[in-house]
Structures are given as structure tokens and as C-alpha cells.
Write a protein that binds this ligand. Sequence first.
Ligand code: UT7
Length: 329
Amino acid sequence: MTKITAAITAVGKYIPEYRLTNAELETMVETNDEWIVSRTGIKERRILKEKGKGTSFLAINAANDLIKKSNLNPTEIDLVIVATATPDMQAASTAAYVATQIGATEAFSFDQIAACSSFLYGMSTASSYIECGRYKKVLLIGADMNSSMIDYKDRATCIIFGDGAGAVLFEPNNEGLGLQDEYLRSDGVGREFLQVSAGGSMLPATAETIANKQHFVYQDGKTVFKYAVSNMADVSEKILERNNLTNDDIQWLAAHQANKRIIDATARRIKLDPSKVMMNIEMLGNTTSATLPLLLNDYESQLKKGDKIIFAAFGGGFTWGSIYLKWAY
Ligand code: UT7
């Protein structure tokens, strides 16, 4: 019997209209375009401005884009996973709301939360459900409204993050295409370096935590940068070794986009030509869980059936890893 693999068969995206440029950031914090571009590679990011809308709004629009493009009947979807670091609310599942709004009435749904690695881990979850034969259509959405947890007076964080969402559909494949291998890691040593300290169970929100700005993202950028560079490069190298692949065998690197220097370091370590490195950081910044599906959406027209893609991500926790996937269409 041929082994069932889990392939991506459709993609979709949504980014909000509002562009937060480096020029505008210069009016908000002490920074400048030259510093931001040379240190991060970012020129602008998208921000969801409409009041009362959250991550689900981004996710629903990305899913609907996929549904429209691929002519998918939403009632055929078995499972909806929303990979995110910024769910709409505590306690109420964002995915449940998204699934209902897109008409996935026969699906069950859940959120997958692993900071910037949410979507990468979600690829593993979605694929596992397909590979074991239990479900046939798993919709994986990566969506984050990072602006909801950013202090626009903190130049160490506000220059990096943006909002957006991307969606992919996983389906069974009998040609051996789709997810081939994964190497996923985590290490709790990282939580002191990148966190939103209040609003969770350990430190519920109070007037004092708000006054102390503990509901915003704090990051020790330099330390996170060091861990990100070495760990993302290590796992990418490891997945190549494990699968007997060289740089020549690989068509694309789809890496989490937090800082262009981290992506470049990963590509250098696996000796990949820059032309094979997918990039969206310049115009979108760090979109957390949305980064990888947005890359796939933007490069979709250049991808060929059988292309070998290495995915890599690193984020809060710490969480990180690498996935090797063969493109299926
Ligand atoms: O996606 C989740 C994971 N997150 C990441 O992977 C982010 C990793 N970290 C980074 O990308 C970088 O650390 C940052 C972009 C956040 C910061 O870049 P850096 O090169 O590490 O800068 P730094 O924090 O070491 O600061 C260097 C200098 C400092 O000035 P002095 O002390 O040398 O005089 C900072 O005060 O740059 C200053 N600085 C800025 N200057 C202009 C810090 N932020 C800014 C800014 N504009 N926005």
C-alpha cells in the first residue's frame, strides 16, 4: 500500500490596507529609516486599524481568499487550525469563530499557539491528521494581529512587527509529495527574553500591570537574535543532512521573517543562493504566524510541482524547528 503523505494543495492571504512606513515610525519613536533598513531589512508593515476587529478578521479573509481561489466547498473541510500568538480573546477559541464564519460547518477547530513557530508546528499537526488517514481536508491558517500587543513608544519592538494572515489547505497525496520530514524543538529557557508578562494566568491584568505596560511585548532583542541565528541555521542544516540533501537539491528556503540578517545567516549556513530565499520582510515586517503561508502565497506562481522547500522558524518560548516539504502543484 502506498504511504499517504500530506500535501499543500491551495494557498490564500490577507493583509490589512494600512501601511506603517519607516517614515511614520520616525515621527513616533527615536529611530530612522537607515537604521531600520540596515538592521532589519524592513521598510514598512501592515496594520489592522479597524476598531473591534482582531486576528479572526485577518484569518477569515485569508481563508476566504483560499476558498475562492481554489473553488473549495467549505463544508468539505474536516478541521480548521488557527496558528496564532494573538488569539481574539482568552478562553474562547478563535478557530471556532473562524470556522463558523467561513462556512466550515462540518469541521472541528482549534488554535495552535507557539509564538512565531505556531504555523511551523501547525504544519506538523495538520500533516499528521492527514497521514494517519483520519481526515482529508485540513485548513491551516497563520494569523496575527501583532499591533494589538505592541507598544508604539518602544523602538525595540515597534519597528519589527506587522499584521497579516495566510492560509494553506493540506490534503492526502499518493505521489509522495508534501511534508517529508520535520525537526521541531523548544526550550523554556527563552521565555524571559521574549514575552508579554501580564494578562495570562500567572499575572492577570490589573490597573498596575497596565500602568507598567506589561500587556505589551517585551524582548531582549540582542539575546533573541543570537539564539535565532544559531538555532534556525542548526535545524536547517540538520534537516538537510537527515534527508541527504545538498544546497543544489533545494529550490527554496521559506524562513520566518523577524530580521533579514537572521534569514541571511540561515541561508549562508546551508550555502543557499540568495535567489532561492523567499522574502517578504521588506514590505510586511515580522508577521509572526502569518509569515510562512504569506511567503507561499506570494511565491505560488514561481513554485513547481516537486520543488523541494525547507521551512524554518524561531520564536518566543523558545520554539523553533525546520520542515522539509515537496511542493505538490
Ligand atoms: O520573531 C520573534 C523573534 N524575534 C527576533 O528574532 C528578533 C531578534 N532581534 C532583532 O531582530 C534585533 O535584536 C533588533 C532589530 C530588535 C535590534 O537590533 P540590534 O542590532 O540587536 O540592536 P541593539 O538592540 O543591539 O541596539 C544597537 C543600538 C543601541 O544603541 P547603542 O547602545 O549602541 O548606542 C540601541 O539603543 O541601536 C539602538 N537602537 C535603535 N536605534 C534606532 C535600538 N533600536 C533602535 C531603533 N532605531 N529602532
